[in-house]
Design a protein around this ligand. Structure first.
Ligand SMILES: [Zn+2]
Length: 205
């Protein structure tokens, strides 16, 4: 009785919440999402960071709006391509960039952990929460570029020692790269042999 359910609860696009004929994402949203796809990495402070999308349009709506189903749909559809790009990096271990616990409660879920888990499944690599965030930093997006560096300096510490593993540090969005830089530096201090980054999206500064 699918038609009865569809009549009472027409399926909605997980991105724009308009009615959708087939699938979870409407055609218009897919077209716009695909337009944001990136394939190359970018170097931030000497670290290679691979991102799947430009942080713009519908991709930005989904990520900044913490739309859980839309986010999961984006991540599940595109993480395999990200894993493919990372094959040559010789990664041993995946580490999600931690949110402060208070911020995590605010948002309901950690987008970074979702991406880390999907990458782990795809690449057959373990996820370990090596870092913790001991300062409640302001959201970087609300700060001017020159304030962002001070905001995240010293925000991370490590909870265990590493033994030369090459780490994939995962975040949802990278913009100036300061947050990534301080977290990656902390991983090197913990004993990582190298750090490469993966994010769902890359913003323009
Ligand atoms: Zn849509």
């Amino acid at each position: 009785m699918t038609w009865v359910r569809d009549f009472l609860f027409p399926p909605l696009c997980v991105v724009c919440e308009e009615e959708v004929v087939d699938g979870d994402v409407c055609e218009g949203c897919w077209r716009e999402i695909v337009r944001e796809v990136l394939f190359e990495h970018q170097v931030f402070f000497g670290f290679r960071v691979y991102s799947l999308f430009h942080y713009g349009g519908r991709v930005k709506d989904v990520i900044s709006g913490f739309k859980y189903r839309g986010f999961l749909q984006l991540a599940e559809s595109f993480v395999p391509a990200l894993a493919e790009n990372l094959k040559t990096e010789g990664i041993d271990l995946i580490v999600p960039l931690p949110l402060h616990p208070a911020r995590r409660r605010e948002r309901g879920f950690s987008q970074t952990e979702v991406i880390a888990r999907l990458l782990s499944k795809e690449m057959g690599l373990p996820v370990r929460r090596v870092l913790f965030r001991w300062r409640y930093t302001k959201p970087q997006a609300l700060l001017k570029a020159e304030r962002r560096k001070e905001n995240v300096k010293g925000a991370f510490a490590h909870m265990e020692r590493l033994k030369g593993e090459r780490v994939l540090l995962v975040d949802d969005v990278i913009t100036t790269g300061y947050t990534f830089f301080y977290a990656a530096s902390e991983l090197l201090r913990a004993g990582a042999g190298g750090v490469v980054g993966a994010t769902l999206a890359r913003g323009r500064v």
